[in-house]
Design a protein around this ligand. Structure first.
Ligand SMILES: [Zn+2]
Length: 125
C-alpha cells in the first residue's frame, strides 16, 4: 500500500522546482531531491547532461553523488528518501535501489493475473 504524506507532496514539489533548472541548459527537465530520515534536504539536482557533457549526469545520479558526499558515510544512503519527477531510467533505478532501497514498493501482480500460463520461450527458429 502506498502512503502519501504532506511531506511527500512537498518533496515532489521541490523536485519539480529543481527540474526547471535543466531548461536553461537545454537538458530534459528532470529533478531529484534527496532527504535524510528526518526530512532534511541533503542534495537536489536537475539533469545536466548537456551542461556537463557527462552522459551519466541524470538528476538522480547527481543527487545521489552529492548526498553521499555530504553525508560522508560512503555510498549507502539507508533511511534516505529520493524524490524524482519521472520514473528513473535503468541506470538510475539500479543506483537508487543499491543506495537508498525502495519505499512504498507496490506488490507485483502474479503472472496468472496477467493472463500468462506458460513462460515465453526464447528458442531460436
Ligand atoms: Zn537516469
Amino acid at each position: 500500500m502506498t502512503v502519501t504524506t504532506g511531506a511527500d507532496v512537498a518533496l515532489v514539489r521541490r523536485a519539480l522546482d529543481v527540474a526547471r533548472g535543466a531548461m536553461a541548459t537545454g537538458d530534459v527537465p528532470v529533478g531529484a531531491v534527496l532527504v535524510d530520515a528526518g526530512g532534511v534536504e541533503l542534495a537536489a539536482a536537475c539533469n545536466a547532461r548537456e551542461a556537463t557533457g557527462d552522459p551519466t549526469a541524470h538528476a538522480e545520479m547527481l543527487a545521489l553523488r552529492a548526498g553521499s558526499a555530504r553525508l560522508g558515510a560512503g555510498w549507502r544512503l539507508s533511511g534516505c528518501t529520493l524524490a524524482v519527477t519521472v520514473e528513473p531510467c535503468t541506470m538510475c533505478a539500479g543506483a537508487v535501489v543499491n543506495a537508498v532501497g525502495i519505499r512504498n514498493k507496490q506488490p507485483r501482480p502474479q503472472e496468472a493475473e496477467l493472463g500468462e500460463k506458460e513462460p515465453v520461450s526464447a528458442t531460436p527458429a
